[in-house]
Design a protein around this ligand. Structure first.
Ligand SMILES: CC(C)(COP(=O)(O)OP(=O)(O)OC[C@H]1O[C@@H](n2cnc3c(N)ncnc32)[C@H](O)[C@@H]1OP(=O)(O)O)[C@@H](O)C(=O)NCCC(=O)NCCS
Ligand SMILES: [Zn+2]
Length: 222
């Protein structure tokens, strides 16, 4: 069966003592983040992966083997991977999310309104029919509609592991006020859905499979 667990943690759940379970590469990345919020989101994402996989594998979190190698350059900033499961991590604003699947998964959460130039970014990331649709919106509603597009598209590109370097405008998704669906994409079968978080954040989940997944959403507890 095609199953996905989605776990959410609030940024306030991060604790300095979690750093002890990070490997050397993760500790170095943690140390390099300048802003406390970026540190907390990264630390929580790593902690969620290590603790949840550790529980599944009956291993201490620090002993879970993770591969973070970037497909393009080999540096440890790529999609986090572990043997036997499919993973996707996302963080934005107040939230950190982790999807654990049996088929390749892509999770994306974005805080609404953090973008100053919606039209500029939309011009570079939306397909012509999506841009046309976006014209129906103004102000914060426009930011919200654009963020809906962005999360749906980025979730798909995170599922393949290509990331947004593959070009967000190569993926066409359904209009923001309609249920999430892939309209046009030069890739295999994919299942797309929106996930509810709170009024300031939007999120989407993509699963590369022909069958709709069974999705379970839960709050991560430390
Ligand atoms: C990587 C990328 C998807 C992250 O997007 P974002 O909105 O900034 O961040 P998110 O919080 O949603 O996702 C972060 C997570 O994505 C994962 N990730 C990294 N590269 C990824 C990829 N190619 N595909 C899927 N997931 C990826 C990581 O696990 C990361 O979590 P981490 O902080 O624990 O390392 C996006 O920045 C991107 O596609 N960048 C272009 C890729 C690129 O330039 N690669 C070449 C670098 S040499
Ligand atoms: Zn790289």
């Amino acid at each position: 069966m095609n199953e996905v667990e989605v776990w959410w943690a609030g940024i306030g759940q991060a604790r300095p003592e979690f750093v002890a379970d990070l490997n050397a590469v993760e500790q170095e990345r943690y140390a390099r983040y300048l802003r406390d919020a970026d540190k907390a989101r990264f630390l929580l994402g790593v902690t969620m992966v290590r603790r949840l996989l550790g529980a599944r594998m009956s291993l201490p979190p620090a002993n879970v083997v993770l591969d973070r190698a970037c497909r393009d350059c080999g540096k440890p900033h790529g999609k986090v991977q572990a043997e036997g499961v499919e993973l996707s991590v996302s963080h934005s604003g107040d939230w950190v999310g982790l999807a654990i699947g049996t088929a390749p998964v892509g999770l994306d959460v974005e805080q609404i309104g953090s973008l100053v130039d919606v039209d500029g970014v939309a011009g570079m990331s939306l397909a012509p029919e999506e841009l046309q649709e976006l014209k129906r919106y103004d102000g914060i509603e426009k930011a919200r509609a654009f963020t809906r597009y962005w999360t749906r598209k980025e979730a798909l590109l995170k599922a393949t592991g290509d990331g947004i370097g593959a070009g967000l405008s190569t993926v066409v998704v359904s209009p923001p006020d309609q249920p999430a669906a892939v309209v046009r994409w030069n890739s295999g079968p994919a299942q797309l859905s929106d996930l509810e978080i709170d009024t300031n954040h939007l999120a989407a989940l993509a699963v590369l499979s022909a069958e709709p997944p069974v999705v379970r959403v839960d709050q991560f507890r430390v």
